[in-house]
Structure formats: structure tokens, C-alpha cells
Design a protein around this ligand. Structure first.
Ligand code: HEC
Length: 111
């Protein structure tokens, strides 16, 4: 997740400079970030329980938004890039709003 934050900053920077190649290169790193290690995954699935479907759906939205972002950057269409980036941020936010707090509390014991 920390890397995701960094990639988002790289993309913001790319948009400011109209460096679409940078955006195109970075977006897939968000869409196809590595799966957590299997142990961690099992713990996450156990914790999520019946909400896992929703969690996965949010994850899918992020993947799709990242894909759309890469496509817009490939076309060099700045406006579409910005719209896609906004959709991407919304997809991060949707999941965070619902899952981040309980998740952090459960796994790290802090808020
Ligand atoms: C499917 C759910 C989900 C999606 C989608 C998601 N996140 Fe997260 N994110 C979480 C959860 C749960 C946490 C809290 C647990 C943790 O910190 O590992 C978190 C934490 C974070 C953190 C804090 C990490 C830290 O070390 O404090 C960052 C940064 C972050 N996410 C970035 C992103 C970005 C950027 C995106 C979109 C590109 C994104 N996330 C999409 C679930 C999600």
C-alpha cells in the first residue's frame, strides 16, 4: 500500500509535466500490484469474512481505473488522463472509507 501512495505521487507529477509516458508506465504498477503473501492473504480473508466479496469488488474497480488511466496516457489525452486519475483516486477512497479503519485496528491495534 505504501508503494501505491508513491506511485500516485509519481502520476500527479507526470500530469503536471504532461509526461504521459511516465503516467502510462506507472499506472500498471497500481493496477497489477503484487498480491500479499499467502499467510497474510489468509488472515485478511478470515478477517473480512462475508465482506470479502465487496473488498474484492473495490479492488477490481481500482484495477479497471488504473487500466483506463494507462490507456488515456497512451493516447496522450490530458483531459482523459485527469478524469481517469480522479476515478482511480475515488476507487482508492471507496475502499479506504469502508475498510481501512477496522483493518488497521484489527491487525495493528491502532487507529
Ligand atoms: C480493496 C480495498 C483497497 C483499495 C482498492 C485500496 N486500498 Fe489502500 N488500504 C486498504 C486498507 C485495508 C488499508 C489499511 C491497511 C494497511 O495499511 O495496510 C490501506 C492503506 C493504504 C495506505 C496507508 C499505508 C500505510 O503504510 O500507512 C496507502 C498509502 C494506501 N492504502 C494507498 C492506496 C492507493 C493509492 C490506492 C488506489 C490506487 C488504494 N490504496 C486502494 C485497502 C485498499
Amino acid at each position: 500500500m505504501k508503494d501505491l501512495g508513491k506511485h500516485m505521487q509519481t502520476i500527479t507529477d507526470g500530469i503536471s509535466r504532461e509526461d504521459w509516458a511516465l503516467v502510462e508506465k506507472t499506472a500498471p504498477l497500481i493496477g497489477e500490484h503484487p498480491q500479499p503473501p499467502i499467510m497474510e492473504k489468509t488472515r485478511i480473508i478470515g478477517f473480512m469474512g462475508s465482506k470479502m466479496g465487496k473488498f474484492k469488488a473495490y479492488d477490481g474497480e481500482t484495477h479497471e481505473a488504473a487500466h483506463a488511466l494507462a490507456q488515456a496516457a497512451k493516447n496522450g489525452d490530458g483531459r482523459a488522463v485527469i478524469n481517469a486519475f480522479q476515478a482511480l483516486q475515488t476507487s482508492c477512497y471507496n475502499c479506504h472509507q469502508e475498510f481501512r479503519k477496522p483493518f488497521v485496528k484489527h491487525f495493528y491495534g491502532t487507529q
